[in-house]
Write a protein that binds this ligand. Structure first.
Ligand code: TYD
Length: 216
């Protein structure tokens, strides 16, 4: 299975991914964890370009193509071979981040973006995407609480992050089979339980369909 996690900054995705990976491994699943942008030597180089606050003049198309280049390398080098080996891949962000941040956030044309996704992902799409949803106010509250240096993407203004969240909500509406919204305001344990329940039911469904149709 190829499972991706999405959300605005400080949504708590990474904490959930760590917990979920542990659970899946405890059940005997072989799991490879990747994050975007990054995950290969070339993609990590691209990541430093993308997040460096020194490059505040970066053009939106340049930004989008760099995210896409990082993705293409990650899909070819890691994600596809891992899935072909029968293992699970869990990704901290994937192409939906580009649709939300560069499409809705920066205002690039969505159809153009979707065409490039097809190229950069080599046609691959996640089996399930968890959108951990928090409000903008909560994102800012958590950012202030953490008090760490912010990267170039996090420097964008409120209106940008509001558009990104709206973009995710739109993706949720238009991809109801793949997208699952999880309320990120729930406590950590409740969020992991919701994620686990959803994935385990899909894993069972997958096993059942391998065995052929069941009589009721
Ligand atoms: P990261 O430190 O990995 O943040 P997070 O923990 O929130 O995932 O930084 C990635 C940043 O890049 C984040 O602000 C989201 C943004 N991003 C895009 O704008 N487009 C993309 O395609 C991807 C993958 C990330």
């Amino acid at each position: 299975m190829f499972i991706t996690f999405e959300g605005i900054d400080f949504s708590g995705k990474t904490t959930q991914i760590t917990a979920f990976t542990k659970q899946l491994r405890a059940c005997g699943g072989e799991v490879v964890l990747v994050r975007e942008p990054g995950g290969t030597t070339i993609s990590e180089e691209i990541r430093s370009l993308l997040l460096d606050p020194a490059y505040d003049s970066m053009d939106a198309v340049t930004e989008f193509l760099l995210f896409s280049s990082s993705r293409s390398q990650l899909v070819r080098e890691t994600i596809l071979p891992t899935l072909q080996d029968g293992k699970h891949v869990i990704a901290d962000r994937f192409f939906d981040s580009s649709t939300a941040y560069q499409g809705y956030g920066r205002g690039l044309n969505i159809d153009d973006i979707l065409h490039v996704h097809h190229l950069a992902t080599h046609g691959l799409s996640p089996d399930i995407t968890f959108f951990i949803d928090i409000t903008l106010e909560e994102s800012y509250r958590r950012r202030a609480q953490l008090g760490r240096e912010i990267d170039r993407m996090e420097r964008a203004d409120d209106a940008f992050f509001e558009r990104v969240r709206t973009g995710y909500l739109h993706l949720l509406e238009t991809n109801p089979q793949r997208f699952v919204r999880i309320d990120g305001m729930n406590d950590e344990q409740r969020i992991s339980d919701l994620i686990w329940t959803e994935v385990s039911s899909r894993l069972v469904e997958g096993e059942d369909s391998k065995e052929g149709p069941h009589e009721k």
